[in-house]
Design a protein. Structure first.
Length: 511
């Protein structure tokens, strides 16, 4: 490590990244390359002799960036966002610079202690109950992903139950969530050895806006108990992946408690918004949960990866995940004076990830972060108003945060479900292939639904408006041209930029 070289190359690299951000709107949001494109562009073996940074950067520009989908583009509306920020970026640089491996307290006391402190800070911002903070029997920990978070709590809950009922009962353990719960729960069940038939993804529908019904959970649990199975884990959602639905946490927690089950709350995306007092009500009931998870790397300005997990009983994690080999023994750990995060996660090694979250909180401050979140929600509301005023489209599920679920309606003489799904699939394909936006889809009640999530730090109102215009234009092309060719155009579509009678229409943005 030559620090003068680092200085020189580091400045060059920061300039490269800054230029990337400056020009990000010039790239197609969704990479348009074909599978295997890179194999044709790069040599088939590593170089024997060193090459210059400039030649690498040239290749990044000409060969790598075309194969990048630009998650930081202001016109990225797919999946859920993966925020990057100056503070988060600087935190990553610092973490890479220090490059310690903080599995035990002694391997870098600051890494463990800063993580505890910053997760207490964030826990207080979310108004999590005292039991989730590090001063009691619980505490927070940074995982790599929400999938790891649900896996470690599922393992803890499984082992806690097996300690009571005996290890041979593994095949009888049952997990509950809704059919809207992220597939991470199913994966966790596969890894944890839960019988594939004992992962109950209970049905939801539009009558509850796809939220899990406590009655259905109760019924399923009673039935399973009656046939000799052992319910032990319930997962509730605050912001599902398909439609950002919020499950009734209080009722679910009560059911879990009365059946001696672990209750986990997955708020991977929407948890961030709950630092705003006006959105905190969506977390009501989390007081009764055993664990809570939110991805700071989604919508909290913290560069990937940083998934924050809180538990009330840290011993449950430790009892499932700890090891104590001779080569890791040290005085502080043996005396039980410290937290060793290796016992709260799957891997041994861990990065200094709390630095970037700490820097985000310090360089921006809570008020700015709250306003950042509110602005995205406001932009989503703006998009929703646009969609709602065009009779060719419909809003499919009520919007709570910054996700809008919508679809293009089939022409009146074609109300067959298949036709409408194909139509929306074609619309998605059409808008994404322009490279001007990236939007993804989901399925709700068998309908093919388009999802537009506002959450990229660079997104402004003009981008939302442009996305809407593009959707309208492509919808026009899809709905009109074949009919026009047949010479039987049933009705003329509303003009582009149609805003109804203007009653509640927002003024068009000044371009
Ligand atoms: C994104 C998401 C996940 C999965 O997140 P990873 O961190 O990629 O594992 C799980 N649950 C919900 C609700 C999500 O939105």
């Amino acid at each position: 490590m030559d620090s003068e070289q680092l200085r020189e190359y580091g400045h060059q690299m920061v300039d490269f990244v800054a230029d990337y951000y400056q020009n990000i709107e010039n790239y197609p949001v969704l990479s348009q390359v074909e599978p295997g494109y890179l194999l044709k562009l790069l040599p088939d073996a590593a170089p024997n002799q060193p090459e210059s940074l400039q030649s690498v950067l040239d290749d990044v520009q000409s060969k790598i960036l075309p194969g990048v989908t630009h998650w930081q583009s202001p016109s990225f509306y797919a999946y859920y966002p993966a925020n990057s920020s100056v503070a988060g970026f600087l935190g990553e640089i610092l973490s890479a610079g220090i490059n310690m491996v903080g599995f035990s307290w002694i391997t870098s006391p600051a890494a463990t202690e800063l993580e505890m402190i910053v997760l207490d800070w964030l826990g207080k911002l979310l108004k999590l109950p005292q039991e989730f903070l590090s001063s009691g029997h619980g505490g927070g920990v940074i995982q790599g992903s929400a999938s790891e978070a649900v896996l470690v709590v599922l393992l803890s809950a499984r082992d806690k139950t097996l300690r009571m009922v005996g290890k041979s009962a593994l095949g009888k353990l049952v997990v509950y969530g809704s059919d809207q719960t992220h597939s991470a729960l199913q994966k966790a069940c596969q890894i944890a050895g839960i019988h594939p038939e004992n992962c109950r993804l209970l049905k939801t529908d539009s009558s509850t806006d796809y939220a899990l019904s406590p009655e259905i959970v109760n019924e399923a649990i009673s039935h399973d108990i009656s046939i000799g199975l052992i319910p032990f884990f319930l997962c509730g959602n605050v912001g599902t992946t398909s439609s950002a639905t919020v499950d009734p946490l209080y009722s679910l927690a009560k059911i879990a408690k009365s059946n001696g089950m672990w209750f986990h709350v997955d708020a991977a995306y929407a948890g961030s918004a709950c630092i705003c007092p006006e959105y905190r009500r969506y977390l009501d009931g989390v007081e009764e949960a055993d664990s809570f998870n939110m991805n700071a790397h989604k919508w909290f300005l913290t560069n990937f990866d940083c998934s924050t997990l809180w538990v009330k009983d840290r011993n449950a994690l430790i009892q499932s995940l700890s090891t104590n080999p001779e080569f890791l023994k040290n005085k502080a750990s043996q005396a039980n004076l410290v937290v060793d995060y290796k016992d709260w996660q799957i891997p041994l090694g861990r990065r200094f990830r709390s630095l970037k979250l700490w820097m985000v909180l310090r360089l921006y401050g809570v008020e700015n972060i709250q306003n950042y979140l509110r602005n995205h929600i406001e932009l989503a509301r703006y998009f929703e108003v646009c969609v709602g005023q065009d009779p060719r489209f419909e809003i499919v599920a009520p919007r709570k945060f910054s996700l809008v679920c919508f679809r293009l309606l089939p022409p009146v003489d074609d109300n067959e479900a298949h036709g409408s799904n194909k139509l929306n699939q074609d619309l998605l394909e059409a808008v994404n292939s322009t490279g001007r936006v990236f939007i993804t889809h989901t399925a709700l009640s068998g309908m093919y639904i388009l999802r537009l999530v506002v959450g990229a730090p660079l997104t402004e109102r003009r981008h939302i408006y442009a996305a809407w215009k593009l959707l309208q234009d492509e919808a026009c092309t899809l709905l009109c041209s074949p009919l026009q060719e047949n010479g039987n155009l049933p009705k003329s579509p509303p003009p582009i930029g149609f805003f109804g009678n203007g009653s509640k229409a927002e003024p068009l943005p000044q371009k």
